[in-house]
Every structure is written in structure tokens, then in C-alpha cells.
Ligand binder design. Structure first.
Ligand code: NAP
Length: 484
């Protein structure tokens, strides 16, 4: 049975959007993007917490082929990024490729037919030769297994599901977690809440964001001279890529980066006790380096308390810590991050010979160049295993991956082939070398982070700079694939 589709894409975030545009441009316009929510945006649709904004400069956190001269600030707020994505989808005429409110449950590869059959909630199924996952790494909120969550009497929510209907004015708000999301909303809610209690397990390195609005003059300049915008984007990309050196253990750049963060802490936080509790004891970059112009400042407000005793449980009235204290709270916000190391799951992916992706990844997710997996023909992942970054824009990685996908589909068409599957030996060799490279990075340092599994395998981050990745992704190395 021939498919009416060229490809099925799962997820309408930056990955799904870029794939839809580039596949259509390449003549593979029979694409459907299945999205469980009701609009485009992915993480930029879901994370609406107060102060949500991108910690990568807007000029680089946007698609290279869809520059936006109208960014309001150096670091764009969430709604502006989500609106940009919708605008780009309309501009490139791909809106009709998206099917919203459609949640994928299962995808099964049929070797004989050379087709993926995808089943969505409700039972409908669709087939296409190529399956693309644009589900990303940060789509499943995690609650850190803290016991007693269901006993809390007040309102509570995860940072990725903000309850805008609850007025925090005058209330005592407990914020569990002090990561990238929390440091953005804590300063915001501290303005109106009666009291904010921040439960920090591990301090983070923080460097200034140096955010600023773009003037009308600058916007006009970028609109009139797109080449200037492009040049600036390229320059920011290069500068950020150079920072990769600071994410290698024992380098001078790492020392300098750490010095910058500690100097900032020293300058802003004057209380020596608070300063000590905010000083990390692991290599910089091991956890995501946070950027903020107002987090430390917020912690020094009289209505903000930093608690560093371990959270032992949530109770009916608040949060209990290991020292036996119960911290009374009216509202609880879980900024406890995401379940990051099982990637596409809970979508069940069944590859050649009935093998599931979960089984293939039982010792930790891995992929060849972050995009393909041995035993799973014609499955391409965007922002898949080992493609997250600590130093640059994920958009650069996604564009490289979509370029690779398009080249692969062109090759299949050119050869009249049904499928391509990465060879097991190429897959294994790539991952052995990658894990070796990663041992030299900060992520291998002595800290826990969402970049690695409980056993310490780094499953989320890329081990080099983005220029190297781009080079490797220019076109699929066919010797590493079985094409039939
Ligand atoms: P996160 O960085 O993983 O932070 C989770 C926080 O919860 C950490 O402070 C963690 O402490 C804490 N936590 C976990 N379990 C706990 C427990 N049992 N008791 C107390 N605290 C606990 O999650 P996130 O802040 O949502 O950010 C995730 C990622 O999203 C970021 O790294 C970033 O890549 C992305 N993000 C990006 C932007 C952006 O601007 N582009 C903004 C927000 C988020 P430990 O450190 O001790 O584990």
C-alpha cells in the first residue's frame, strides 16, 4: 500500500515547525505534523510562567531563514517567541500541515511495506515512509518524587503549567527548585507575594543576562538591512561557540568563566551567609549556567527566604525539610524540572523485528549524530539524544538536523529506496567516541543534572561545539547506512 504522505512529524515546537517548512520547500509537501496541544509552540506554548523568557539572545534564538528585525529585546519573552513561531508557519505556508489536539500513542515500522504506522489517541492511524520526532527533551514535567504532594491543601502547580487564575498577592508561596525556570519567576512573584520561600537543593552558577530592549532605530536598521541582522546573528553564533572551551574541564576558559560568575555573586550578594549558601562546589557548566539580572537581587528582598535544608515531604500545610521544620505555604510551585532522559517515551516506538525504542535504550538513550537509531529505519529525531547544549542556541542544532533529514529523504528518492537504517557498527562507534569526548566536558563533573541518567551516562548533551556538529550534519555519510 503506497502512503499518501511523505513523512509524519510528531510535535509542533521549533523542530516540527522547521521540518514542515524545509520538507515542503524540498518537494516533500505531503507532511502532517501531529501535535497534542491546540497550537504551535512546544516549550514556548507550555511555559507561560511569569518572567518566562529565553536565555539565548533572540537574534540567534530564531530561524536563520526567518530573521525577525522586530525582536523587542536582546532576550525575548515567551509569548513573543511563540507568536514568532506562528507567524513563521503562516509566512511559509505550512499552517495546513499541522493537526492539533492529536496525541501520538504508538508508531510501528513495517519492514515489508517500508512504512511507519502511527496510531493516535482515539484509534485513528496514519502511515508514511518517514517518521520524524520533534518531541524534544523538555516536554514531561518532573516532580522529583517528593512524597506527600497530593496532601497539600492549597493550590500547587508545576512551572510548565502555570495557574494564572491564582492571585498570589499577599500569599506565602513555596518554590521548590532553583533552576533555569525558577530563577525567572521567583523575581516576578516576589513583587506581589506576601512571602516567597525558595527551596534550593544545589546552588547554581549565575552570570548577568545584560538584557535590554531594542530601540526603534535598531529595529528599523535590521528591517532595512537584513544583511546586518544576518551578520550579527553569525557573530553571536561564533562568539557563543567559542564559549564551548569554558565547558571543558580544566581549561583556562572554564576558570575565567567561573571567576566571572563568582565575581557577580560577590558584587550583588553582600550577606556572607547568603553568599556561602549560593556558592556552588562543582565545576562550572556541570549544571546549566543560569543567566539573570534579577535573581540574586530578589533573594535579598525582605519577603524572600532561601531554605537550603533538604525537602523531605510536602504536607497539608506546606513543605517539610530534613531538619523537621514545616514551612507553611498557601501555594506551592514545583520548579523541579523535567523527565529528560527517556526522550520520545511515552510514545511507544516499535522498530524492525518488533524491537521497542525503550528496550533499545534500557541503558540510556543514544543515537547516531543525535538523529538516527540502529534498528529503527527512517526514524529521524530532532533535538534527540546528545544534542542539547550548554553554550549555544538549540536552533542551530535543529536546523542542522532538519537539513540532514531533507538530504536523507532526497537520497532515498534518488535511489528509489524504501528505507535507510544506520549500521549497528557505525552507531556503536559514534557513541563510544562521543561518550569519550564527553568525559572531558564539564557535564561529566561531580554534580547531578538533567543531562545524565541516574547511573551517570550523559544522554542529553552534545560533546563539541555547534560548528563541528553542523559540519558532520551537512549530508548523511551513506557508508554508515544500509539503504535498501
Ligand atoms: P532544572 O534546571 O532541572 O531545575 C530543577 C530544579 O529543581 C533544580 O534546582 C533542582 O535541584 C530542583 N529539585 C529537583 N528535585 C528536588 C528536590 N527533591 N528537592 C528540592 N529541589 C529539587 O529545571 P528547569 O528550571 O525547569 O529548567 C530545565 C531546563 O529548561 C533548563 O536547564 C534549560 O535548558 C531549559 N530552560 C530554558 C530556558 C530558556 O530561557 N531558554 C528557561 C527555562 C528553562 P538540583 O539542582 O539539586 O537538582
Amino acid at each position: 500500500m503506497a502512503s499518501q504522505l511523505d513523512a509524519i512529524v510528531m510535535g509542533a515546537g521549533f523542530g516540527g515547525l522547521t521540518a514542515a517548512i524545509k520538507l515542503k520547500e524540498a518537494g516533500f509537501g505531503r507532511v502532517v505534523v501531529l501535535e497534542k496541544a491546540d497550537r504551535i509552540g512546544g516549550t514556548w506554548r507550555e511555559n507561560t510562567y511569569p518572567g518566562a523568557c529565553c536565555d539565548v539572545p533572540s537574534r540567534l534564538y530564531s530561524l536563520s531563514f526567518a530573521l525577525n528585525p522586530d525582536w523587542s529585546r536582546a532576550f525575548s519573552p515567551q509569548a513573543e517567541i511563540r507568536d514568532y513561531m506562528e507567524r513563521v508557519a503562516k509566512q511559509f505556508g505550512v499552517m495546513d500541515l499541522f493537526r492539533f489536539n492529536t496525541e501520538v500513542e504508538k508508531a510501528v515500522w513495517d519492514d515489508a511495506a517500508g512504512l511507519w504506522t502511527v496510531t493516535v489517541k482515539g484509534g485513528e492511524s496514519l502511515s508514511a515512509p518517514v517518521l520524524v520526532s520533534g518531541l524534544g527533551q523538555l516536554n514531561k514535567p518532573g516532580y522529583a518524587g517528593i512524597p506527600g504532594r497530593e496532601t497539600f491543601k492549597g493550590d500547587s502547580w508545576h512551572s510548565a503549567g502555570w495557574r494564572h487564575d491564582v492571585d498570589l498577592t499577599g500569599k506565602t508561596v513555596g518554590c521548590i527548585g532553583a533552576g533555569a525556570s525558577a530563577i525567572q519567576y521567583i523575581p516576578e512573584i516576589a513583587r506581589t507575594a506576601g512571602k516567597v520561600v525558595v527551596f534550593q537543593r544545589t546552588p547554581n552558577y549565575v552570570v548577568p543576562r545584560l538584557d535590554k530592549p531594542f530601540s526603534d532605530f535598531e529595529k528599523r536598521l535590521y528591517r532595512t538591512f537584513p544583511a546586518l541582522d544576518r551578520l550579527n546573528r553569525w557573530f553571536i553564533w561564533q562568539m557563543m561557540d567559542l564559549r564551548f572551551n569554558a565547558f571543558k574541564q580544566g581549561t583556562k576558559s572554564a576558570e575565567a568563566f567561573k571567576g566571572l560568575a563568582l565575581k557577580y555573586l560577590d558584587e550583588v550578594v553582600t550577606d556572607p551567609v547568603l553568599k556561602a549558601r549560593l556558592t556552588p562546589d562543582y565545576p562550572i557548566g556541570c549544571k546549566r549556567v543560569l543567566i539573570s539580572d534579577d535573581y540574586y537581587q530578589a533573594l535579598m528582598r525582605p519577603n524572600v527566604e532561601l531554605v537550603t535544608e533538604a525537602v523531605s515531604a510536602v504536607s497539608a500545610n506546606g513543605v517539610q525539610t530534613a531538619d523537621g521544620v514545616e514551612h507553611g505555604c498557601d501555594v506551592l510551585v514545583y520548579g523541579t524540572g523535567f523527565v529528560t532522559t527517556d526522550f520520545i517515551s511515552p510514545v511507544e516506538i516499535v522498530g524492525a523485528g518488533g524491537k521497542t525504542l525503550n528496550a533499545a535504550w534500557k541503558d540510556g538513550a543514544e543515537a547516531y549524530l543525535g538523529v538516527t537509531v540502529s534498528g529503527f529505519p527512517n526514524l529521524f529525531m530532532l533535538y534527540g539524544p546528545n544534542t542539547n547544549l550548554g553554550h549555544n542556541s538549540i536552533i542551530v542544532m535543529i536546523e542542522s538536523q532538519v537539513g540532514y533529514l531533507v538530504e536523507a529523504m532526497k537520497e532515498l528518492k534518488r535511489r528509489g529506496a524504501k528505507a535507510m537504517s544506520v549500521k549497528d557498527e557505525a552507531f556503536k562507534k559514534f557513541n563510544v567516541e562521543l561518550q569519550h569526548d564527553l568525559t572531558k566536558t564539564a557535564w561529566a563533573g561531580s554534580c547531578s543534572s538533567w543531562y545524565k541518567t541516574a547511573s551517570g551516562k550523559i544522554t542529553n548533551n552534545w560533546g563539541g561545539d555547534t560548528a563541528t556538529y553542523r559540519r558532520l550534519m551537512r549530508t548523511p555519510r551513506l557508508a554508515d547506512y544500509e539503504v535498501a
